[in-house]
Design a protein around this ligand. Structure first.
Ligand code: ZN
Length: 147
């Protein structure tokens, strides 16, 4: 499970999460409260994009959601103008990723875990899923697993 890291000294903190996500963000919210920093928690009373748009410069945003939803949330916040330095995204639950086979260049989809070996769906080669993510291939690189 990913953890949210508190980035201190921001003008205001914004928290956007569903119920499970709020549990992940709670330690960070506690720290913001302890620092007496202004903060706001998103409620579904208004569309997220409207809520983000009315925020002023210097805000720091936390988003916690299921992996499956996190990408579209990230796209939305980036559209509004939050950069990588102004936001933190924390995913939870099952994370499906693509793994690129180093031998046959086939793609295998798996649920991402800490340390993982999988069989390539194309050539059956045992692959170790690396931390190397290829934006070009939109996949993690799989290397030959050492037996
Ligand atoms: Zn393969």
């Amino acid at each position: 499970m990913q953890k949210a890291l508190f980035v201190s000294g921001k003008r205001k903190y914004l928290f956007c999460a569903d119920q499970n996500g709020m549990e992940i963000l709670q330690p960070v919210i506690d720290l913001a409260v302890a620092e007496k920093a202004p903060y706001e928690i998103y409620s579904e009373a208004q569309p997220l994009i409207e809520w983000l748009k009315k925020q002023k410069m210097g805000c720091y945003l936390y988003v916690a959601a299921e992996w499956a939803k996190l990408d579209s949330l990230k796209n939305l916040t980036e559209e509004v103008g939050f950069s990588e330095e102004e936001a933190q995204y924390i995913g939870y639950g099952e994370r499906w990723v693509k793994v690129f086979c180093c031998r046959c260049h086939g793609i295998t989809e798996v649920i991402l875990q800490e340390k993982q070996e999988i069989a390539c769906s194309e050539c059956d080669l045992l692959l170790e899923v690396s931390n190397h993510y290829s934006r070009l291939k939109n996949a993690y690189l799989g290397y030959v697993a050492k037996l």
